[in-house]
Structures are given as structure tokens and as C-alpha cells.
Design a binder for this molecule. Structure first.
Ligand SMILES: N[C@@H](CCC(=O)N[C@@H](CS)C(=O)NCC(=O)O)C(=O)O
Length: 205
């Protein structure tokens, strides 16, 4: 039997799309989590000094999006042709661009700069991306691409908690199509059971 071992910090963020895909596939995996204090010791043991990593039968893999895409192919969630796969890749990259903008603000060390960035984030960046996502889901029968479930949907919903946490607002507020979308993804039986058993996430930034 293939052995899967995921290593990441004790929070959702970049590992959660991988956890969603493994759960969707009903693959048992070892969910190795560590606290921030342990990181300096772990970092030098990672291929590029970063996490998440997924080990498959001892083979160490990094890059969360590449791993999620690989798993989505196994799950039949990666697109039925090159064009559809491209649209899914684009959707995932757009979500990741938003994630990057939010995290550059959340982790800005200079408080004055951070306050300025936060205003732009809340008034411009989040509305720009989220309004587009809302429209995309409305135009695609409740999904990100071509009216059918794909890894773009799982990726977005998996990373959403962390986006809200970093942005300190509910980015779905006032966006009913995306709220329905999240509900629908959470109702997928394998995702529902993962959410029921995963460690709770309540920290402050
Ligand atoms: N492109 C990589 C980025 C990995 C990454 O930035 N990981 C962060 C945690 S979210 C990390 O390991 N930070 C600790 C560090 O760089 O020391 C991926 O998607 O896997």
C-alpha cells in the first residue's frame, strides 16, 4: 500500500488543498504538524527550506500547487482536455495571487506600511479579486470552471479559512454565489468528514 506523509505547520494554509485532495481521494495520510518553535530545527531538513512537503512511499515532494494538481489528476478533477486544464490552472493561480497580496500585508513587519497596505487590500485588492470570483462562479453554474467540480473549487475553499484569518475579514461577505459554493464543497462527503476530524484552527496573527 502506498504511504502518504504530509509535513506542515499546525495550520491550514498551503497544506490544506493537499489535505482536501487526499481526503477527496479517500487516501489515508499521516498529517504531521509542527509548531513554529520547532521550525528552525526542521527547516534545514526540507529540500528548499520550506513546507509543505508530501512524502509518497518515502519520495519527498515539495511545491503545494504541483502536488495538488498531481492529486487532482488522480481524482479526475484536473480537466478533460488541455483547454479546461488551463482554465483550472488560471483559476488556481488567480486565487494564489490574492493569497500572496493578503499575506504580504499580513506579514508586513513595518506597522506603518502594514496599515497603508491593509487599506489598499480591503478597499481595492480583495474586492477586485473576489468580485471577479463571484462572477466566475455565477457564470459557471456554481463552480470555477465549466460548470463542474474541479481542483480549482477544492483549492479555493481549502485556502479560504486562511485568507479570512490573514485578511481579518470574511471575504465571502456580500458574495452569495461564493457562499453557496463553499457550502456545496463542504457538503462533499469526503470533505465533510475531513472537516469534522481536522484539528480546529483558531489563532491570532
Ligand atoms: N511555493 C511553495 C511555497 C512554500 C512556502 O512559502 N512555505 C512557507 C509556509 S506557508 C514556509 O515554509 N515558510 C517558512 C520559511 O520560509 O522559513 C509552495 O507552494 O509549496
Amino acid at each position: 500500500m502506498t504511504v502518504y506523509k504530509l509535513t506542515y505547520f499546525n495550520f491550514p494554509a498551503l497544506a490544506e488543498p493537499i489535505r482536501f485532495l487526499l481526503s477527496y481521494l479517500e487516501i489515508d495520510f499521516e498529517d504531521v504538524r509542527f509548531e513554529g518553535e520547532q521550525w528552525p530545527l526542521i527547516k534545514p531538513t526540507m529540500p528548499f527550506g520550506r513546507v509543505p512537503i508530501l512524502e509518497i512511499d518515502g519520495k519527498i515532494l515539495n511545491q503545494s500547487v504541483a502536488i495538488t494538481r498531481y492529486l487532482s489528476k488522480k481524482a479526475g478533477l484536473a480537466g478533460s482536455d488541455d483547454w479546461e486544464s488551463l482554465l483550472m490552472d488560471i483559476a488556481v493561480d488567480n486565487v494564489n495571487d490574492l493569497r500572496q497580496a493578503i499575506s504580504l500585508t499580513a506579514f508586513e513587519p513595518n506597522e506603518e506600511v502594514k496599515a497603508k497596505k491593509y487599506i489598499t487590500l480591503i478597499n481595492e485588492t480583495i474586492p477586485l479579486y473576489m468580485n471577479k470570483f463571484e462572477k466566475t462562479v455565477e457564470e459557471n453554474d456554481g463552480y470555477f470552471v465549466n460548470g463542474k467540480l474541479s481542483w480549482a473549487d477544492l483549492h479555493f475553499v481549502a485556502i479560504l479559512d486562511f485568507l479570512n484569518f490573514m485578511a481579518k475579514v470574511d471575504i465571502l461577505e456580500g458574495r452569495p454565489k461564493l457562499q453557496e459554493h463553499k457550502k456545496k464543497i463542504w457538503e462533499i462527503p469526503q470533505i465533510k468528514s475531513w472537516i469534522a476530524k481536522r484539528p480546529s484552527f483558531a489563532k491570532s496573527l
